[in-house]
Write a protein that binds this ligand. Structure first.
Ligand SMILES: Nc1ncnc2c1ncn2[C@@H]1O[C@H](COP(=O)(O)OP(=O)(O)O)[C@@H](O)[C@H]1O
Ligand SMILES: [Mg+2]
Length: 489
């Protein structure tokens, strides 16, 4: 249908024959078509049904039983055909009476070509717009009725639901009728544990223009708990006051359950990894002590015995020179030096397994010591700026931080290409902050995220267990910074 002009078939209802004929010929002249003319209201109804005209030109005062307004009402109700009234004079009362019949326009006698044309065209235009609107409404209604999500519209002041689709039943166990009958039903079925959060979020949505989705739990009519994801829009009046809310509710129970399971699994894995780290440290401590105390002592005893043997042999060669004994004494000296070397190696292994400096003197000293060792081994300069402030960190936290520190320096040596590392330790508001900055090539975001970065993952997890925060960042060719923040014991 053309919005500007469309040819209309018009039924003329007019009891004065000459005027009726005149109108019919005018219709033709201005490009429309007559669907015939009748003189009585009753006939108009019959003709409307039979001819199905695009519109009816209706005289208000008719001679028969039924006047134009009554006939129009029936035609409008039964066949939904637009009516334009023909009035003899602009009688306010009469026009008032036509209001209930959904009039599409008025035209006064005697009819003027231009007036008639305008009246018909605008009536047809209005009809076209109305049909399109109806079509769109039906389309949205269908969409919303068939949506798997619950959709509703609610008055924010009275809590009355203006619209609830059928999916409400699936989600909540309540029918749209239950919602229409009980304003605020949704609020009532929100899980008690979620009520406060629900009202808080709703208030936020009302007061600001946010449309953020939010999630909460409801209790279905059958008693089961359902996770809901709600997206809403608040409609406001011209004074910007919230008037109503339109919302879409999705059942996200399945996803939430998976999320919960995933979280539980993550926590279990974390606990397991923590447990294994602990065992590993305990074993290291045990082996380190065994090596240091047992093996170390045995070697020292052996060294002392050899020394005694050497002393006695030396005495003997002094009193009665003996070449073979002299060779023996020289050999003994060599063996003693060798044992000294072994003792040093054993100590080093024990220290590397578990630096006892950590247990004896604390984290700061252990960091200082390890930095020194690292510098010697790697020839990367280590600058340490460690706060003198006293702090207490329990053994578990100390060893964890120390291991992360070691791992960080190992990464620096392996990946950074740096020639200098700055190590800073500070105590701020009950937190110990250790930052390690190298001047190498800088780690990239991709390297941080990649799944195979187990060293990085391990560090992150260890700090999480301590209730701390771990971060790494890199700047191309400027270096990499690792920061560890741990709450003090
Ligand atoms: N200090 C650093 N400078 C530059 N790149 C680094 C640094 N530390 C780590 N990386 C990058 O991050 C990756 C992941 O480190 P990590 O998880 O410890 O694994 P790995 O050391 O076994 O490769 C490294 O392979 C490296 O590419
Ligand atoms: Mg590594």
């Amino acid at each position: 249908m053309n919005l500007i002009f469309s040819k209309a078939r018009v039924l003329v209802v007019e009891d004065e024959k000459i005027i009726a004929k005149d109108i019919e010929s005018t219709l033709k002249r201005i490009g429309h078509e007559s669907a015939g003319s009748v003189a009585r209201g009753e006939d108009a109804i019959i003709a409307a049904e039979k001819e199905k005209p695009d519109m009816v030109l209706m005289d208000i005062t008719l001679k028969g039983e039924m006047d134009g307004i009554e006939a129009a009402k029936i035609i409008n109700d039964r066949f939904n055909i637009p009516i334009v009234y023909i009035t003899a004079h602009q009688d306010e009362d009469t026009i008032e009476k036509t209001k209930g019949t959904n009039p599409y326009g008025y035209i006064t006698k005697p009819l003027d070509d231009r007036d008639l044309s305008t009246a018909i065209n605008s009536a047809m235009y209005r009809r076209d717009v109305e049909l399109k609107l109806k079509d769109a409404e039906e389309k949205y209604f269908r969409l919303s009725e068939n949506a798997p999500d619950m959709i509703f519209s609610q008055d924010l002041n009275t809590r009355v639901y203006n619209y609830v689709n059928i999916s409400a039943l699936k989600l909540t166990g309540y029918t749209p009728k239950d919602f229409y009958d009980k304003p605020g039903l949704l609020e009532e079925i929100v899980d008690p544990e979620w009520k406060e959060q629900y009202h808080f979020t709703l208030k936020m949505i009302r007061n600001s223009n946010t449309t953020i989705p939010f999630e909460y739990m409801i209790i279905n009519k059958n008693g089961s708990k359902i996770w809901i994801n709600q997206r809403s829009v608040v409609l406001r009046n011209d004074k910007d006051q919230p008037v109503s809310i339109e919302a879409i509710l999705t059942d996200v129970t399945e996803r939430k359950n998976y999320e919960q399971k995933l979280e539980e699994t993550t926590l279990k894995l974390r606990a397991l990894s923590n447990y294994q780290q602990k065992i590993r440290e305990e074993e290291r401590l045990y082996i380190s002590r065994e090596i240091h105390d047992q093996l170390g002592q045995d070697l020292t005893v052996l060294k002392m015995d050899l020394a005694m043997l050497g002393k006695n042999a030396a005495k003997k060669t002094a009193s009665e020179p003996n070449d073979r004994l002299k060779i023996f004494v020289d050999e003994l000296k060599k063996i003693t030096a060798y044992i000294d070397d072994i003792i040093n190696k054993v100590r080093k292994i024990a220290t590397e397994l578990r630096p006892d400096i950590l247990d004896k003197l604390g984290l700061r000293e252990a960091i200082e010591w390890h930095a020194g060792e690292f510098e010697k081994r790697s020839s990367i300069k280590c600058i340490t700026r460690l706060s003198e402030e006293e702090f207490i960190l329990n053994p578990e936290k100390s060893i964890s931080v120390f291991r992360i520190f070691q791992e960080t320096l190992t990464n620096t040596a392996r990946h950074s290409g740096a020639d200098e590392v700055i190590i800073e330790l500070s105590i701020i508001h009950g937190w110990m902050i250790l930052s390690i900055h190298d001047n190498g090539k800088g780690i990239t975001p991709a390297e941080i995220e990649k799944g195979t970065s187990l060293g990085i993952l391990g560090m992150k997890e260890r700090v999480l267990i301590l209730g701390g925060i771990w971060s790494i960042s890199g700047e191309k060719n400027k270096g990499t910074t690792v920061q560890i923040k741990v709450p003090l014991s």
